[in-house]
Design a protein around this ligand. Structure first.
Ligand code: HEM
Length: 234
């Protein structure tokens, strides 16, 4: 144990400082940024899967949906989860803009050109070449989403959240906004989900790409259908 602490430099301030410096250098290097973007991207997708399952409770009944939300909000775990989500969304977005800006403002080296020719992941498609725009739209959507649904209504913890969602989707303008934004989210994940695995060191495999793309279609398709179904049936 003492040896492990010594190796990490916990007990020695100068070793600790060097390790912190190394971590900082890694996090701001192009490779480090890509790895962290992949990691935060996958964790955010995991959140989306959980969020979708929770949202589907709307169709089981308002009481189930409200109870689920109240149970979540009543545990202390919600605070670290919300802070973690906020940090991940912001880190992912800021790094995305930094990677996009670097690629825009620097000429590709012969090495970059060789790698991009070798790597099927970097072949340009509509989804991959619009990542920055779809990412910004998802971020704007998120801001509006949180203002209207999370902090909307009377803002209380124990309000009728199902009622708030249903009255929002009575308005066809909101349904339209959600349908467009969920399609944009799908476009972002169509490239991003598979690309996250490759940033984390997984080799490009067609089956992996296809699986991530199929999961994306199901996930964003289900999110997209929620407002439409709520408008049609409630
Ligand atoms: C039809 C689609 C969606 C519906 C009906 C929906 C519904 C909701 C509701 C009702 C809340 C408030 C929960 C509460 O206060 O207990 C919420 C929170 C949230 N939603 Fe959504 N959502 C949808 C899509 C999305 C998408 C696509 C994202 C991400 C891109 C997202 C991210 C979030 C986040 C981060 C929170 C805050 C979670 C927390 O603080 O615990 N939502 N959503």
């Amino acid at each position: 144990m003492v040896q492990v602490l010594a190796d990490l430099g916990i007990a020695n301030p100068s070793v600790r400082e060097k390790n912190v410096e190394r971590i900082q250098r890694f996090l701001t290097s192009p490779i480090g940024r890509k790895v962290m973007m992949g990691l935060t991207g996958l964790l955010l997708i995991l959140f989306l899967v959980g969020h979708l399952v929770g949202n589907l409770l709307l169709f089981k009944g308002s009481a189930d949906f409200n109870n689920y939300s109240r149970t979540l909000l009543s545990t202390w775990l919600i605070y670290p989860v919300e802070i973690g989500l906020l940090v991940m969304f912001l880190y992912h977005a800021v790094s995305g803009v930094a990677v996009w800006w670097t690629a825009r403002t620097t000429n590709p080296t012969p090495y970059d050109i060789k790698v991009s020719r070798m790597s099927p992941a970097s072949r340009k498609g509509f989804s991959s070449s619009t990542m920055i725009y779809t990412g910004v739209i998802v971020l704007l959507f998120l801001a509006v989403h949180l203002i209207t649904l999370k902090w909307g209504g009377d803002g209380g913890k124990f309000r009728d959240l199902a009622g708030d969602v249903k009255s929002m989707f009575k308005n066809p303008v909101w349904v339209g906004v959600y349908v467009v934004c969920m399609a944009v989210l799908g476009l972002h994940l169509f490239h991003g989900f598979g690309s996250a695995f490759e940033s984390l060191g997984f080799r490009h495999r067609n089956w992996l790409r296809r699986t991530t793309q199929a999961v994306t279609v199901v996930l964003s398709g289900a999110f997209l259908l929620i407002p439409v179904l709520v408008m049609a049936f409630f």
